[in-house]
Design a protein. Structure first.
Length: 291
């Protein structure tokens, strides 16, 4: 009796593959604007890692045959060419996970390539790397979709920009981190902003307006009216509203308000400020003489 995939096993099989493990290859010749379509894919080694995590006893079986007549005609991009049977292979692989078997097919110019494609497509039947099969996941990364274009540099084809040559392994994370080099997007427009440079940080310094807003919030928290705050500003700083305060005076106002834990405490502080102002204005010379 065939076993069933548990919810945990399905979750492991369908886990999201990180962009650093997703490879990218060119898919077609570049346009006149020097852009080539690229396709993201996962390697068989990545699929095996996921399969082993889900079921250490998974197995693969199948066979491979050459396909085509001695000189088979194949059409690609409206161009027909003759393909010899020993340069085109077809493979079928059956993958068994937790007692459930599903198959995949592959074709390539080499037996190994055809077998690898068949193995990966069999694993896709278990939703391995299923994120690559829909446009939504790519759009979450800022890319147009499953198939997008990248800038291609050099007279010969294919060649990656800068230090990335055709032989270089390029991951999707490379594309995202070096968007200013690859310019991933549609055929004519880039859609991903460079991630190599850190975004400009907003200033964390507080302005006088910020301090005044904090003072107003503290006054509201204590139930102090605007009129009482204005009165405190007048007797303490000889100014008629908070907008006339300097940054230092604004900091002082906020500190005074924060030192009060109740409305009554502020009322007492205001009372003392009024008394000090009256005393200072009438007997300032005597106060200075005492000090």
């Amino acid at each position: 009796m065939a076993e069933k995939l548990t919810a945990k096993t399905r979750e492991i099989l369908a886990q999201e593959i990180p962009p650093s493990e997703i490879m990218v290859r060119l898919d077609g010749k570049p346009t006149q604007k020097g852009r080539a379509r690229v396709v993201a894919y996962v390697e068989w080694a990545t699929c095996k890692r996921v399969l082993t995590e889900a079921d250490p006893d998974w197995s693969m079986a199948g066979n491979m045959t050459a396909m085509g007549d001695p000189l088979e005609e194949r059409t690609y991009q409206n161009k027909t060419k003759l393909v010899a049977p020993d340069t085109h292979f077809f493979a079928v692989r059956e993958l068994t996970v937790c007692g459930i078997t599903r198959s995949g097919t592959g074709e390539n110019s080499s037996p190994k390539g055809a077998a690898t494609d068949a193995c990966k497509r069999a694993s896709y039947q278990f939703e391995v790397a299923h994120q690559l099969m829909t446009d939504d996941w790519y759009k979450q990364l800022g890319l147009p979709g499953m198939r997008f274009y990248c800038a291609v540099k050099g007279d010969s084809y294919p060649r990656w920009p800068g230090d990335w040559q055709w032989e270089t392994r390029v991951t999707l994370q490379d594309i995202l981190d070096n968007a200013n080099v690859f310019e991933p997007g549609t055929a004519g427009f880039a859609t991903v902003k460079p991630q190599g440079k850190a975004p400009a940080k907003k200033s964390t310094s507080r302005t006088k307006l910020d301090v005044c807003k904090e003072a107003a919030a503290q006054a509201k928290k204590l139930g102090i009216s605007k009129e009482d705050v204005t009165a405190y500003i007048e007797v303490t700083f000889d100014k008629h509203k908070s907008s006339e305060l300097t940054r230092q005076e604004s900091d002082t106002l906020l500190a005074d308000l924060q030192s009060c834990d109740t409305h009554e405490a502020f009322a007492e502080m205001l009372k003392k400020a009024i008394a000090q102002k009256a005393t200072g204005s009438e007997e300032e010379p005597a106060a200075n003489a005492i000090s």
